[in-house]
Ligand binder design. Structure first.
Ligand code: BJW
Length: 225
């Protein structure tokens, strides 16, 4: 195969595993203010509130199982070793639980990060603001996730994959958050075929050449197989 298959995944992929999306009617942003729980400023104002939000999501994600769409994507990676790149905005570990491997551009719930010295370690089940960093002892423990105004992880690696991309797919993402929402344009400029798999049309649907509308567990397995 010439060129890679790059697949961007979002919260819709894990919705049928019981994990809520952000912007759907009953999504996380209907119950929590973005500026309070998903910005560095919100964390500085009220770290306990932010830890409560992520501790609850960590517990929920630990009890979730991958669905048929995660499993199909893992099969695709195993069929074309090294040629299928999963770039996920999701902070759950469901690609890995299904046997796949993903580039986590918005971090993971499984990680803790010291806001003072940048040290990273495995997150405990419950994180508290006063937890000391194991490296520098500062009480500055935060979840290792990317909030608004922060730079997503692995951007150089992702840019290289998009440059060398024959097929680009976006699954279960609303196309409202950048830079991920702009990947389709980068891939198209590199000559890739582009396909969007989603329950409904999104902010960036017009940038894709093909669309598969439906639930991820129903449209992803046949697309892969
Ligand atoms: C189904 C389904 C089913 C449901 N089957 N489908 C003005 C213009 C452009 C950009 C900006 C701007 N002002 C500010 C910005 C930048 C900002 C941004 O994009 N803001 C927008 C709101 C406008 N972006 C940033 O700040 C980012 N950083 C940045 O830009 O740095 C600069 C820089 C970049 C690159 C290089 C150098 C410098 C950081 C963004 C961080 C986002 N963080 C969060 C939280 C992460 C931790 C956590 O999980 O709590 O990431 S916010 C949240 O949104 C989370 C998600 O990963 C992300 C995307 O959400 P997603 O996955 O698309 O979910 P939903 O809910 O939106 O959509 C679900 C979709 O699934 C829907 O379409 C449904 O239809 C579908 N669906 N069920 C299939 N069963």
């Amino acid at each position: 195969m010439t060129g890679k298959i790059v697949i961007l995944t979002g919260a819709g992929l894990s919705a049928e595993s019981g994990l809520g999306t952000f912007r759907d009617e009953d999504g996380l942003w209907a119950k929590h203010k973005i500026e309070d729980v998903a910005t560095p400023e919100g964390f500085a104002r009220n770290p306990s509130l932010v830890h409560d939000f992520y501790n609850a999501r960590r517990r929920q994600s630990a009890g979730a199982a991958p669905n048929a769409a995660h499993e199909a994507l893992a099969r695709l990676q195993q069929y074309w070793p090294g040629e299928v790149i999963l770039v996920t905005q999701n902070v759950d570990g469901l690609h890995e639980s299904a046997g796949g491997e993903a580039v986590h551009m918005h971090g993971t719930l499984a990680g803790a990060l010291c806001a003072a010295c940048g040290h990273r370690w495995t997150a405990p089940e419950t994180m508290l603001p006063e937890d000391p960093c194991p490296a520098c002892a500062a009480p500055a423990t935060r979840p290792d996730v990317v909030w608004f105004g922060e730079i997503p992880y692995h951007m150089d690696e992702i840019a290289e994959h998009l440059q060398d991309c024959a097929i680009f797919a976006a699954i279960g993402t609303s196309g409202q958050v950048y830079p991920a929402a702009g990947f389709v344009v980068e891939a198209a400029l590199a000559g890739a075929e582009t396909v969007e798999l989603n329950l409904e049309r999104t902010e960036v649907s017009r940038a894709f050449t093909r669309h598969c509308m439906g639930k991820a567990t129903e449209v992803v397995p046949p697309w892969v197989d």
